[in-house]
Design a protein around this ligand. Sequence first.
Ligand SMILES: Cc1cc2nc3c(=O)[nH]c(=O)nc-3n(C[C@H](O)[C@H](O)[C@H](O)COP(=O)(O)OP(=O)(O)OC[C@H]3O[C@@H](n4cnc5c(N)ncnc54)[C@H](O)[C@@H]3O)c2cc1C
Length: 477
Amino acid sequence: MIRTGERYLDDLRDGRTIFINGEKIANHVDHPAFKNAIRSVANLYDYKVEHADSMTFKTEAGEQIGLYWQLPSTPEKLIARGHAAYEWAKQTVGWFGRSPDYVASALTGMITHIELFESYSQERADALRNYFSYVSEKDLYLTYALINPQGDRSKTPGEHTKNIYHTLGVVEKNAKGIIVRGAKMLATGAALADEVLVGTHYPLKQGVDERYALSFAMPLNTKGIKIISRKSYELGANPKDYPLSSRFDENDSMIYFDDVLVPWERVFVFEDIEMCLSQLDSTATEVMMDTQSLARYAVKLHFLAGLAQAMAETNGVEQIPAVKESLAQLACYAMNVEGLFNSVLHCPKVYNGFYVPDKTLLYTYRVISQSIYPNVLETIRKLAGGGILMLPSSEADFEDSEILGIIEKTQYSSIASPVERVRLMKLVWDAVGSEFASRHLQYELFYAGAPYQTLGRLYTQYDWEASRALVEKIRML
Ligand SMILES: Cc1cc2nc3c(=O)[nH]c(=O)nc-3n(C[C@H](O)[C@H](O)[C@H](O)COP(=O)(O)OP(=O)(O)OC[C@H]3O[C@@H](n4cnc5c(N)ncnc54)[C@H](O)[C@@H]3O)c2cc1C
């Protein structure tokens, strides 16, 4: 049965342990800190159902599931999943990084390279393959938690001698599975997802850190999993004042594993440092999920370009040559990323009979996305001036006839009513200046790794030999 929004909501009422603002929340699905974002995910599932032809496929078992679970065994399948990701991103105008297609794509990229797991351990490979079948057939929504809490970054997790379980690690193993304790830094969407996929993507020291070299997946309502949410931006946010925060705050949470039993059939890597890194670096995991990100980012940049133009028109400045240049710069960023997205879909690498996105292009995307986002925000802020602050404090001001009278006299635009002007400027503020916007800046800067990491990886991936050959050609003249 195809997973609808309603079914997703029902499944999510799972009694997970989630804390926010000093409270353990009994029913997070209807809690004002999370409920709108959860409804946004439900809307995505409904959109998928309504556009089943382009968003889903039928499995051999007869289930109609999201295209993000389909292995890219032909070039057309890669293109179709890319287009589906783009369509989904349009439903949240690019503000939902961790929609259900993100980690599903990561997992798909592990399955295209299943032989890596087989050469590591047949049992772990079987666990991964079975898990993939289970979550894909049910079309579950996964988040992931890879990064260890910072603590002291000059030390590896095992060198945190004051508390070696500051970072998630194995406490013991037994016939049933492993017992794990400790934290992962952040899992975006932990309040919204069904399950968490855990991995490790940080340098670990042989002989010291094996207990942290793990990968497994568990339902988020598992006994002992404690979700510690950051501040909610949708809590108390009126959709008219905060059109984005109120709908698309996808949540980030630290996940603490309080002696959680992970059965062996859910363990994919166990105490193997090299395999932990290979799981992400030597498979199509990163490139598959980055392709989803690239689609989302392209949509977000188009949205921001359109928003800037609407604001410039409302302020009557869009015909000024310098303003047109700024707007063209935003269009250029969006088209640049759109072009990269199309290259990724149309220039795959063939691996094992699968058409997987090209690593160099995706590593380039990571660097580009981090470097242009601050410029995009700055460009829009410069175009905005004080108009994004000369605004009524909240929707309540419209209820007071005296304030409303002043709003109507002062929120002037040649092309928009005072109310339309206020609404637009509030949208701009929510996109570039609110706490939600600030979190998005941090997200774009870090979710794919710190900038020093993404640049470092592009450095190792780029074809220097080919570029050096060009230099040699001239030097030999
Ligand atoms: C909004 C948001 C959502 C996120 N969601 C998720 C998620 O869902 N799942 C997940 O697994 N992770 C998530 N993350 C975590 C993200 O992957 C990490 O932030 C990222 O990998 C960088 O790691 P870090 O934060 O530990 O930074 P660090 O590695 O501690 O680096 C921070 C800064 O310290 C400096 N620095 C540190 N080490 C070096 C070095 N060796 N060389 C040079 N400079 C250095 C750099 O200035 C660097 O930018 C999220 C992060 C954010 C901000």
